[in-house]
Design a protein around this ligand. Structure first.
Ligand code: PLV
Length: 322
């Protein structure tokens, strides 16, 4: 059997978040994965399937998909080239180098970097590793829900799941996982920041749309267009997907509160999901009758992320709170 690169992560009960929501909140601690985020689940799986005999992998990324691709490639003994946009903080470029990857900075946003990655995959004969739009990624991400069922035991089912949405790969993986365990009736709260809101924009327009630009500081949510599968799920009458937006200030407030209360530092992309609790969105959805009033346990996917350290947090505070 092929080696698995991801870890089984802890499912922690958060007393502080539970108090805020009035229901038990469980944190699926994907920040604890090697490479710093959930991405290794899907990307590890995809690389196992597609890159075994590869000349090398090439991945376009806001940062975390690249970290996962570099980690998997190093484990497999193949080279990794990661194309990131100029909005990716230098600390991640350094972390990618430390993981043994070749890094190139191309364009302003992820979509620009992706165009270059696709081109190089073709001309250099490298295996293209997409950050969010591939069934193998969703299959890999789905393992996190299987772990949650094992941790909760057979008699407990979540009342709702909260995820961040960038291009929608995590969302598709979570839905795949819910399908696998027969939990498709569990509502999903899909969180984005204003300025990186391609999924919310698609739902409002009733079709996939491409944002003009990424203006949010949550750069790892910064795909201009959501993947088709995520949009198709949003249109399905068999699923309940509630799309909500927060501001960058709310996402930043969330990462600071999470650091204070849970003693864990995550990046803005993850702060968007945490803000569902810290900015009172879950409670509002209950008051509006869009989530049940007596909510079963709330499952929060703590997607993690490497584009943060104390210096970056200080920079964000200066930028967003002054
Ligand atoms: N980040 C991708 C896409 O960026 C990347 O290249 O790393 N939480 C974290 C910490 C993430 O890094 C990402 C995606 C998401 C959430 C959203 O996941 P998605 O894209 O599968 O919806 C442009």
């Amino acid at each position: 059997m092929a080696e698995v690169f991801h870890l089984k992560t802890p499912l922690l009960e958060s007393i502080n978040m539970s108090k805020r929501v009035g229901a038990t909140v469980y944190l699926k601690m994907e920040n604890a994965q090697p490479s710093g985020s959930f991405k290794i689940r899907g990307i590890g799986h995809l690389c196992q399937q597609l890159a075994r005999h590869s000349k090398g992998v090439i991945c376009s990324s806001g940062g975390n998909a690249g970290m996962a691709a570099a980690y998997a490639a190093q484990k497999m003994g193949v080279s990794a080239t990661i194309i990131v946009p100029s909005s990716t903080p230098p600390l991640v470029v350094q972390r990618l180098h430390d993981q043994g990857a070749t890094v190139r900075i191309v364009g302003k946003v992820w979509d620009d970097a992706n165009t270059e990655a696709l081109k190089l995959a073709e001309t250099e004969g490298l295996t293209y590793v997409p950050p969010f739009d591939h069934p193998l990624l969703w299959e890999g991400h789905a393992s996190m829900i299987a772990e949650v069922t094992a941790s909760l035991g057979p008699s407990v089912k979540p009342g709702a799941v909260v995820v961040s949405v960038g291009g929608g790969g995590l969302l598709c993986g979570v839905i795949q996982g819910l399908k696998d365990v027969g939990w498709t009736d569990v509502p999903i709260v899909a969180m984005e920041t204003v300025g990186a809101h391609c999924f919310n924009a698609a739902i409002k327009a009733g079709k996939l749309v491409t944002l003009d630009d990424i203006t949010s500081e949550a750069k790892c949510l910064g795909a201009k267009t959501a993947c088709k599968q995520a949009f198709d799920y949003s249109q399905s009458s068999k699923l309940t997907i509630i799309s909500e937006l927060v501001t960058d200030q709310q996402a930043l407030h969330a990462i600071q509160t999470f650091l204070d209360e849970e003693r864990v530092l995550v990046e803005m992309a993850c702060g968007a999901a945490l803000a569902a609790v810290y900015s009172g969105i879950i409670v509002r959805l209950q008051n509006e009758g869009r989530l049940p009033a007596l909510l079963g346990p709330l499952l929060m996917i703590v997607c993690g992320g490497s584009t943060i350290n104390m210096e970056q947090l200080t920079n964000l505070k200066h930028k967003l709170q002054s």
